[in-house]
Design a binder for this molecule. Structure first.
Ligand code: NAD
Length: 256
């Protein structure tokens, strides 16, 4: 039961972040949605969560590629009992051709943002005597794939930051863990399908089964609801002694 808690989820106007926001709201937490846009649709998502669950849901625009906006998101949120660092982007290219600006953007959004939000959130968690930091890393925080240099580096970095955050809060009622999803069928994955179909001359079904789910032994995508459930578990009393570690939700990927 997360009643009375406020959860801030970065990058949560779609996909996994939105799924986690819904699960938190269903568990009674007030939620803050975020992305870099400020559209009617963004605010409508928050309204829908409020209408259907009765919690206070707000949308706050902040660009997670900018350190000061990351910190300002936490300031604007007021309370931040639960912080989910979820915002992320992908770019696929061999290292010599990897565009410098893509490297910088992925490191900033997928990794450095978590440092900035955590720095701003920990004093608030300490003030209210309880906290949960949940970093959405990836199977690519534990293993690698070619052509994903920036993403794999950033996600490994997030796992490292998770351990440091856990050690700095170890004696307090605050935990920090990373969830490492395998593939989840969200826009970040959808965007990779058309190019892969062309590259391998495959149908959509063949790409999903033979390329994308190739390393996921279950041959099933994890769902955003399942990731919401994992995040909600990490906020429970049962998870109080789980800190500084990773939880894989990857259909067996990292067992291979
Ligand atoms: P998604 O594209 O649906 O979600 C990404 C979110 O980040 C969106 O809400 C987007 O608006 C937001 N975002 C992007 N740039 C931002 C910025 N500059 N500032 C603020 N918000 C920004 O994809 P998703 O699959 O839901 O990804 C969420 C997280 O899960 C990412 O960190 C991703 O790396 C991770 N992940 C995804 C998968 C998967 O298979 N989908 C697997 C492992 C890890």
């Amino acid at each position: 039961d997360l009643a009375g808690k406020t959860a801030v989820i970065t990058g949560s106007n779609s996909g996994i972040g939105l799924g986690i926001a819904w699960e938190f709201a269903r568990a009674g937490a007030n939620v803050v949605l975020n992305s870099f846009t400020d559209d009617e649709d963004d605010h409508a998502l928050a309204q829908k969560i409020t209408d259907e669950t009765g919690v206070t849901a707000r949308y706050i625009q902040a660009d997670m590629s900018k350190g000061d906006q990351c910190r300002n998101l936490i300031t604007q949120a007021g309370r931040c009992d639960i912080l989910v660092n979820n915002a992320g982007i992908q770019h696929v290219a061999p290292i010599p051709e990897f565009p410098q600006e893509k490297w910088d953007a992925i490191i900033a959004i997928n990794m450095s943002s978590a440092f900035h939000t955590t720095a701003a959130a920990l004093p608030k968690m300490r003030q209210f005597g309880w906290g949960r930091v949940i970093n959405i890393a990836s199977a690519h925080g534990l293993t690698a794939s070619p052509y994903k240099a920036a993403y794999v580096a950033a996600k490994h970095g997030v796992v490292g930051l998770t351990k440091v955050t856990a050690l700095e809060t170890a004696k307090e009622p605050i935990t920090c863990n990373a969830i490492c999803p395998g593939y989840v069928l969200t826009p970040i994955v959808e965007k990779q399908i058309p190019d892969t179909m062309k590259e391998y001359d495959m149908s959509r079904e063949e790409v999903l089964d033979q390329v994308i789910l190739q390393r996921q032994p279950s041959k099933e995508f994890a769902t955003t609801e399942q990731l919401g459930g994992t995040a909600t578990f990490l906020c429970s009393d049962a998870a109080s002694q789980i800190t500084g570690t990773t939880i894989s939700v990857d259909g067996g990927w990292t067992a291979l």
